[in-house]
Design a binder for this molecule. Structure first.
Ligand code: HEM
Length: 470
């Protein structure tokens, strides 16, 4: 059996070109080499990309024999999420954490959060500027951050909560800078701990270490306070994790809890905000879909079309573009052999563009998830990955997307600043709209009139006004 075909060693220049147009670059590789191809990016092990749902299932199946998705993520993420994280653990320790963390994020558990998510969104939307352009993704991030802080961490109005809200955006921003992300793990560890580099205040590593220490401080204090005074009726993830026990009767330690809270923040906040930004980027350029969705939302609580819109958004613009696995032993793929130690990556961005599963893949057509073709579409739809490492927050993400989309449609009339589609741009392991989904918002009541001077929508108060009124 031969190794998969592909360009093998790419130089730095061709890698940069490749990442400037990731979808086009990968499509060109699929056209040239077929559904399984291999690329060696500088500084990384050989990576075998899989571009159909059937091939992806073969990679996901390796999870059952152990699977080493964590090892791949460790070099980029360990300094932020730590060693006791669902993202970076493998084998039995990962499985233990997964069994403890899944129940609080299960569909039934999170259904109780629906009204509060709607309220968070409504409060935030009430503060959006009117009649002038702004990047929607940034605003969506504020909503999804608040969801994590209140419903995952269980922190509402408190001085600790305020400190945390101030520190988190900077922590996530610095952690995502390429200088930190791609620094060799040992060098990064040294920069973060040794006295000499820590003494240089303008280094991003110095600032990262400071903000991380501040966030850790807050989280450890919160964990200690909650251990002292547990609330048996609380529905937030931290409260439920504090009470959770494994089959030996052991709970998670403070360090494990800290690492998992940061994990849920890191994995769940920007991803969901980006998915919402894409949903509107697509809706605003597909008027008939937007009109049909508006009609459904105006009619009441029915969510069939809304659900299909959310799915089609994640299909046509998947946020996470691939989900690599590190092989423990060789794997046969369409007559080719991938060796132990290689990475195999279901390439979601191309699997979702496979015309066999999604005819006319460029079209934004939620109906593909409703009609007789729905089963075929669902089988190849994998924005949350697959196998045992399937996204643990998928139910929450989907609910947030439905609730927040509905709130936006009710509150404001959005227009795209530029009618041309925004191109997908690589940001860490995600694809984001290149202009962060630039929109203009108008009051929904006078949507047909030309833009007026800025005014707040009737009946909705800014959060600060709301707080004063209480
Ligand atoms: C639209 C939003 C989201 C997208 C597109 C997304 C996508 C993904 C993907 C593709 C993976 C990798 C799965 C694999 O390797 O097969 C993943 C893993 C993960 N996601 Fe999400 N995710 C989203 C939201 C969330 C949320 C809201 C949370 C939690 C609050 C979350 C927590 C996680 C965690 C902890 C993992 C690691 C799971 C493990 O390795 O066991 N995600 N996500």
């Amino acid at each position: 059996m031969t190794p998969p075909p592909g360009p093998r060693g790419l130089g730095l220049l061709s890698t940069a070109r490749f990442f400037a147009q990731p979808v086009k670059g990968m499509e060109a590789a699929r056209r040239r080499y077929g559904p399984v191809f291999m690329i060696k990016f500088p500084g990384f092990p050989a990576e075998v990309f899989l571009t159909t749902a059937d091939l992806a299932e073969r990679a996901y199946a390796t999870d059952a024999e152990g699977g080493r998705a964590g090892e791949i993520r460790r070099q980029f993420l360990e300094q932020l999420v730590g060693r006791h994280s669902l993202l970076t653990l493998d084998h039995e320790p990962w499985w233990r954490h997964r069994r403890l963390i899944s129940p609080p994020l299960h569909g039934r558990a999170i259904a109780r959060w629906k009204a509060e998510i709607g309220q968070i969104a409504a409060d935030e939307i009430a503060g959006w500027p009117l009649n002038r352009p702004f990047p929607l993704r940034d605003r969506m991030q504020r909503i999804t951050l608040e969801v994590i802080v209140r419903l995952v961490f269980g922190m509402r109005e408190s001085p600790r909560g305020a400190r945390l809200r101030a520190a988190i955006p900077e922590l996530i921003e610095i952690a995502g800078r390429p200088t930190l992300l791609f620094m060799p793990p040992r060098a990064l560890e040294w920069m973060l701990t040794a006295r000499a580099p820590r003494g240089v205040p303008f280094l991003p590593t110095t600032r990262f270490a400071e903000v991380r220490a501040e966030v850790d401080d807050i989280l450890f204090a919160e964990i200690a306070a909650r251990r002292m005074a547990p609330d048996p009726d609380a529905t937030d993830v931290l409260s439920m994790l504090l009470a959770a026990r494994d089959e030996n009767g052991n709970g998670l330690t403070d360090q494990e809890l800290r690492d998992e809270l940061i994990t849920l923040l890191e994995a769940g906040h920007e991803t969901t905000a980006t998915a919402l930004a894409w949903t509107f980027e697509r809706l605003l350029r597909n008027r008939p879909v937007l009109d049909r969705l508006r009609a459904e939302v105006a009619e009441g609580e029915e969510e069939t079309y809304l659900e299909a819109v959310v799915k089609e958004s994640l299909r046509s613009r998947p946020v996470v573009y691939d989900v690599p696995r590190l092989l423990d032993k060789p794997l046969e793929l369409n007559g080719h052999r991938a060796e132990a130690g290689w990475m195999v990556s279901p390439l979601i961005m191309l699997i979702h563009r496979d015309p066999e599963a999604f005819p006319d893949p460029d079209a934004f057509r939620p109906e593909r998830f409703l009609g007789p073709d729905a089963a075929r579409a669902n089988k190849a739809w994998m924005p949350f990955g697959g196998g045992r490492r399937y996204c643990v927050g998928a139910q929450l993400a989907l609910m947030e997307m439905r609730v927040i989309t509905r709130e936006v449609l009710r509150a404001v009339d959005l227009r795209a600043v530029d009618p041309a589609p925004e191109r997908p741009k690589v940001r860490h392991v995600t694809l984001v709209p290149a202009k962060r989904a630039r929109v203009v918002a108008r009051q929904v009541t006078n949507a047909q009139e030309p833009p007026q001077v800025q005014e707040r929508p009737q009946g909705r108060k800014r959060p600060a006004e709301r707080a004063k009124a209480v």
